[in-house]
Design a protein around this ligand. Structure first.
Ligand SMILES: Cc1cc2nc3c(=O)[nH]c(=O)nc-3n(C[C@H](O)[C@H](O)[C@H](O)COP(=O)(O)OP(=O)(O)OC[C@H]3O[C@@H](n4cnc5c(N)ncnc54)[C@H](O)[C@@H]3O)c2cc1C
Length: 446
């Protein structure tokens, strides 16, 4: 199955947001002429629409479901001060001396970007400040995190390496060897963020049509006809912001990444006695294990954490295994009770980060985000809007690159499942090694 074939309703998640005000649910039923047509109502699409409309262009945005149906409202709400999962020095190696620093600068100001937009357009994303911790699950990953802290400290950022004791004070257990606390990062309500941006886009003049899946593009001279089942938009420029939910709209595009389903689980509020013992004063935490691990504590005491990954149809996550993973880190959480769960898709790709493509003259896309899309999706959408409005490609945060197919896509599910098992084995082995290092440290200290 393709991600776009998931059930049509928006998911029920831990995020409450006021009703999406000012954005009518209407589907396209006529031919409209605009400067720019946008496909997808996630962070990329909505931000591109808002920026282009504010630059004086007429914009029509077509969302196949309802705003927030894609990963925009299915994510963990962590806004790290990084442009991708790559370490900042690897960002420079991957994107080069010109674009690497631009990507790092965009990542570094991502939390400010989100808060600035909320402030500017007058909506509340319920930010949880204090920073995001990345714990080293064994000492083999400590250098990577120390280097990360040093890189950002050199740039004057508030990012610190914490040894085991200092980290234990913050996290609430001594599970980790040590870790990095990036005090710039925040956690937000992503549903409120996408709703706030969509409402701002409508106020700026964007025409949003929901329940309007785009079924095809047709080039007519120097214009594009963007067709839905009930109507069409004729525009000089087209921006696609469909990321992991990219279907067959553009030949080969969905073969440029491996879609991975990520699950999120949230619990009933933790008992008062234990609530104050975990994640003190921080926004969220992650760690260096290969298998997705992330947690955040909401101000009302509900714990939200990753519930594993999958490659096919949505299934109820394995709560027992997920609780065990949480208790491995925070053993004091003996009373965990599930309140709900949901899932959404991310992309795993070749460079494992955002890519910009000009698929044909006037038709662009930003794609390939693997879990750093809340703020960076906005950055990418704004970049595509700038380009559509005449800013030269060389001024953008990333260059346009040629789409590259991932080889072996036909077998990505069984291979993905095998890789997942291997990663789990590696993570367990490293944790065991860390235990034996600790016993050796104790013996030599005693
Ligand atoms: C479980 C999970 C946890 C995550 N956690 C984080 C996190 O903590 N921090 C972070 O920064 N990122 C996180 N992410 C990633 C982040 O949510 C995504 O990178 C981001 O939402 C991508 O934005 P987008 O606009 O490109 O795509 P999306 O938000 O997915 O939007 C794409 C939209 O395109 C629409 N669409 C597709 N095809 C068509 C068509 N033919 N016609 C019309 N519309 C179409 C879809 O309906 C969808 O609404 C997470 C993602 C998941 C799934």
């Amino acid at each position: 199955m393709l991600p776009i074939e998931d059930k049509r309703e928006n998911p029920s998640t831990v995020y409450d947001a006021p009703h999406l005000k000012g954005v009518k649910v209407r589907s396209l039923s006529s031919l409209i002429v605009a400067d720019i047509a946008i496909v997808g109502g996630g962070f990329v699409g909505i931000s591109a629409a808002l920026k282009a409309a504010e630059s004086g262009r007429s914009v029509v945005l077509l969302e196949g479901h309802k705003i927030g149906w894609g990963s925009a409202a299915r994510n963990a709400g962590q806004v790290s001060a990084h442009s991708s999962k790559l370490e900042p020095d690897a960002v420079v190696r991957t994107y080069g001396e010109v674009y690497g620093p631009r990507m790092n600068a965009a990542g570094a100001s991502a939390p400010e970007l989100v808060l600035g937009l909320a402030d500017r357009y007058g909506f509340d994303v319920s930010p949880v400040r204090g920073g995001i911790v990345t714990g080293a699950h064994w000492r083999g990953t400590a250098d990577k995190l120390r280097n990360r802290a040093a890189f950002w400290q050199d740039a004057g950022a508030d990012v610190v390496w914490l040894d085991r004791a200092a980290l234990a004070d913050v996290v609430g257990s001594n599970f980790y060897y040590g870790g990095v606390l990036d005090r710039r990062a925040i956690a937000i309500n992503p549903l409120a963020f996408i709703y706030g941006l969509a409402a701002a886009a409508v106020r700026a003049g964007v025409q949003i049509f929901q329940e309007s899946p785009v079924v095809g593009f047709e080039q007519q001279g120097n214009e594009w006809l963007v067709r839905t089942a009930g109507g069409a938009v004729r525009a000089r420029k087209v921006i696609m912001g469909t990321n992991a939910y990219t279907g067959d709209l553009w030949p080969g595009l969905k073969e440029t990444f491996v879609p991975v389903r990520g699950y999120q689980i949230w619990t009933k509020p933790l008992p008062e006695a234990t609530r104050g013992t975990v994640m003190r004063g921080i926004s969220a935490m992650l760690d260096t294990r290969r298998l997705l691990t992330g947690m955040r504590l909401h101000p009302d005491g509900r714990l939200q954490f990753s519930g594993g990954i999958g490659f096919g149809a949505e299934r109820t996550p394995d709560f027992k295994a997920s609780f065990e993973r949480v208790r491995q880190i925070l053993p004091q959480l003996t009373e965990l009770e599930v309140e709900g769960w949901w899932s959404g898709w991310v992309t795993r790709g070749i460079a494992d980060g955002w890519r910009l493509h000009e698929l044909a003259p006037g038709l662009t896309t930003a794609i390939g985000c693997n879990g750093r899309g809340v703020a960076m999706g906005v950055v990418m959408g704004q970049a595509l809007a700038d380009y559509a409005c005449g800013i030269p490609a060389s001024d953008l945060v990333l260059p346009f690159s040629k789409p590259q197919r991932v080889s072996g896509m036909q077998v990505h599910r069984p291979v993905g499942a095998l890789v997942q098992r291997y990663f789990g084995w590696k993570d367990r082995r490293e944790l065991q090694q860390e235990q034996s290092f600790r016993r050796r440290d104790l013996r030599s200290a005693g």
